[in-house]
Design a protein around this ligand. Sequence first.
Ligand code: NAD
Length: 371
Amino acid sequence: MSELKEKIETESFSVFDQIEKMGHEQLVYCHDEKLGLKSIIGIHNTTLGPALGGTRMWDYATTEEAAIDALRLSRGMTFKAAITGLNIGGGKAVIIGNPKLKNEVFMRRFGKFVDSLGGRYITAEDVNMKTLDMEYISMETKHVTGLPQIKGGSGDPSPVTAYGVYIGMKATAKKVWGKDDLTGKRIGVQGMGQVGGYLVDHLVKENSKIYITDIDESKTQRVVDKHGSAVSVISQDELFDLDMDIYAPCALGATLNDDTIPKLKCEIVAGAANNQLKEELKHGKALIDRNIVYAPDFLINAGGLINVYMEHLGGYKQELAYLEAEKIYQTTIDILDRAEKESKTTQESAMEIAIERIEKVGMLKLPFSAS
Ligand code: NAD
């Protein structure tokens, strides 16, 4: 018993350390023994509105790993929403376990947990979640987005995410080369999944010189089948030795690190992957030292969040989501200008702008008004 008590105290202390460090409002542990459902919902900051962010299902090795992911991801959503000018806060949920555990009852039970938060957290799709899972959740709560378009939802967010990445890439090109035309620019796109594939569609229309890579050959083949000689397939190893104008990471996070940055031969990094900088400050600075301009990932990949936000507002129309995503262009320019003026990394400047907005909008709530 005393051993158990000690363990519980140690764990809860470390969780609170993390919450305090990252500034969260709430971290909710959900458990249904019969269904084997274990989930952690992170609510980082609700100053701008209810916390909106997807649910990720992953077979985490430990509960602590899952909690850290929920904390880290929900914090990221706060900044993404704030920098994009949306009136929502940052949240994210993780479900621990093999996605094969999912079924109607499992997802509806999770929906009940989401519902118990009374709208402080609104869920959506993330890794290993499908629109069908969102439909099950919607049977138990209205606090869910990412429903299929035929059910009045916003469906797959990837096309809008890819559009935002493309727009952010163009804005960065404007800053670096004085014009945003990508014709003839050599662009290496890493990851031919949902977003990477749609991004290539835009780049082909611009007549860019496109190099694509993926660990899954069927993914690159799908793009070759669609675009033929407009794209060239390269191996993963070749990517970092390639003379490029733009590197677009659209697969995994942390690809900007001690190993890759010294090798990179490009002037711009602009892609969809979350958390591209392995260490935010260190690798942001390392890119500056190599004269490479980095378009902050959490800004230019915000199209997916914009898409579910538009669904949350009601009366979803995809064309309005695209219009909203177009604002990423000017925000990117503003951040790059500010970073240059203040000799800071673009990531730092983006975070500062996001925090300033949260603080200023937060002041609107004071003093109390009866109206
Ligand atoms: P996806 O799973 O459809 O595609 C990822 C692709 O990357 C897969 O084809 C995979 O085989 C490939 N891949 C994995 N490791 C690789 C490697 N080392 N080298 C090359 N390719 C590799 O995912 P997605 O929805 O296209 O998202 C891509 C990235 O963008 C992810 O980091 C995701 O978190 C981020 N993102 C996606 C959205 C969205 O709307 N889908 C929104 C915001 C951010």
